[in-house]
Ligand binder design. Structure first.
Ligand code: SPQ
Length: 438
């Protein structure tokens, strides 16, 4: 499969001042909470990517009036906690795991039935991690064989709060259960094995919904109401990560990435790159709407391989494809462990990155829960992204250090999280061309 193809000429450097698009995780949550709040929620900096738009469309299908997005502005006319209407037909969520898992929780306690579907990749991803605890709360959800989508959610179930120790460190599972907990009788508590992104918790508080946090646990009482608020979505650190890596590996680079979200449950990429020797400064740190934000200055620096601290894995979970490119350009060996979750993302990000790096001449050995990468000289070549946006953008950055052209197949899904990636990267100095080979 080729589809949209990136062709990136070798070498060059990155420079200038950039603002990458809005945070995907926060954009999804702004629509979900805005929709069930009382009053009008105004969002700025919303990510106009396919994933967040799938969430937006799902709520329109359930009778929520939503204006925009226009230049990142969205106005959501909240219908209140009990105001969603039965959707006409299925809710198609494309490539978006966040939409499906969080919606499963929010819809489990509604009085109407719903059917959640997705593309081929989403239909392969594990959903038992949410359907099992939801069933314990009293939800009735039918999945395909193997526990995957489509998910048919039967309405009219009475949910009861549970105390759930999560077996995997997943913000999607945690958020799913907290959203179901809004509609459950009593208290729903979730305990995570390691900290994961806490945007749902922060945003619930911003909508005036009380939460009880105690160490690794977070609890909500069902039956409360949300009050509309204004939301400023920072630039997505997961999108900034490609540029942090690109500028770090390409001699002569210097970039300023503006207004990037640096929530401590998301900033693992900065810690890992710094441990590898990267030169990244956090300028003008500030709080915007309950989320920490800073401008990031990154300059080229020689990198060295490291053993990545497993505690940083959930804090950098989406940045590993880009970090593997940094490891390929580093001196020495980089070892990642404790990251089996990477195998159940939009693609198996361990296997797909190992394949691609090998094609570009790098020694990369996948392990059950990670990878071992020997830094070396990157050559040009053709790699397959398997329809995974983050794989496509990571290999585009690898060309900065390759000795020949890097061609990446199947890149259409870059639009799920980073519309305008190629244009922004080209403006910064990446010699990227996009073609549609049908
Ligand atoms: O939404 P989706 O497809 O699951 O997106 C990804 C990504 O790379 O963009 C994962 F493939 O991000 C997830 C992330 O990995 C977004 C997310 C969230 O917004 O809550 C949480 C993480 O997933 P998980 O399974 O670790 O909770």
């Amino acid at each position: 499969m080729s589809g949209v193809v990136f062709r990136v000429a070798p070498g060059g450097s990155l420079s200038g001042t950039l603002r990458v698009p809005g945070d995907k995780s926060i954009s999804h949550r702004s629509i979900m909470l805005g929709a069930i709040a009382d009053g009008v929620t105004r969002v700025e900096g919303f990510l106009e990517g396919e994933d967040a738009l799938a969430t937006l469309q799902a709520f329109r299908s359930m009778g929520v009036e939503i204006e925009g997005p226009q230049a990142g502005r969205v106005v959501i006319h909240g219908v209140g906690r009990d105001g969603l209407r039965p959707p006409q037909g299925e809710l198609y969520l494309g490539n978006s795991g966040t939409s499906m898992r969080l919606l499963a929780g929010l819809l489990a306690g509604q009085p109407f039935d719903s059917l959640l579907t997705g593309d081929e990749s989403l239909s392969r991803r594990p959903m038992k991690r949410v359907t099992e605890p939801l069933a314990r709360m009293g939800a009735r959800i039918d999945a395909a064989e193997g526990g995957t989508a489509p998910l048919r959610i039967h309405g009219g179930s009475r949910l009861t709060g549970i105390d759930y120790p999560m077996p995997v460190a997943s913000a999607q599972v945690k958020s799913c259960l907290l959203l179901a907990g809004l509609y459950a009788e009593g208290r729903t508590c979730v305990t995570e094995p390691a900290p994961t992104r806490d945007h749902t918790e922060r945003m619930l508080e911003a909508f005036g919904y009380p939460l009880h946090r105690d160490g690794a646990s977070v609890c909500v009482e069902g039956g409360g109401r949300l009050t509309a608020t204004d939301i400023h979505v920072p630039a997505d650190i997961s999108s900034a990560a490609f540029f942090l890596v690109g500028a770090s590996i390409a001699p002569g680079s210097e970039l300023l990435l503006e207004h990037v979200g640096i929530n401590p449950t998301r900033d693992g990429v900065i810690h890992i790159l710094r441990q590898m020797g990267a030169h990244i400064e956090l300028l003008a740190p500030r709080q915007v709407g309950g989320e920490p934000v800073a401008d990031l200055r990154v300059r080229h620096a020689p990198l060295h391989g490291i053993e990545i601290d497993p505690a940083l894995v959930p804090l950098a979970i989406d940045e590993f494809p880009a970090l593997f490119v940094a490891a390929a350009c580093a001196e020495g060996r980089t070892v990642l462990r404790g990251a089996e979750e990477l195998r159940v993302k939009e693609s198996d990000r361990i296997a797909v990155m190992a394949d691609g790096l090998r094609r570009l001449g790098i020694t990369a050995e996948p392990t059950a829960d990670g990878i071992v990468i020997e830094g070396g000289a990157l050559r040009g070549g053709r790699v397959e992204s398997h329809g995974d946006h983050r794989i496509a953008m990571s290999f585009a950055m690898a060309a900065l250090r390759a000795d020949g052209e890097v061609v990446i197949d199947d890149c259409a899904n870059v639009n799920t999280s980073f519309p305008g990636f190629a244009g922004l990267a080209a403006g910064a100095g990446l010699a990227i061309q996009v073609s549609d080979d049908g």
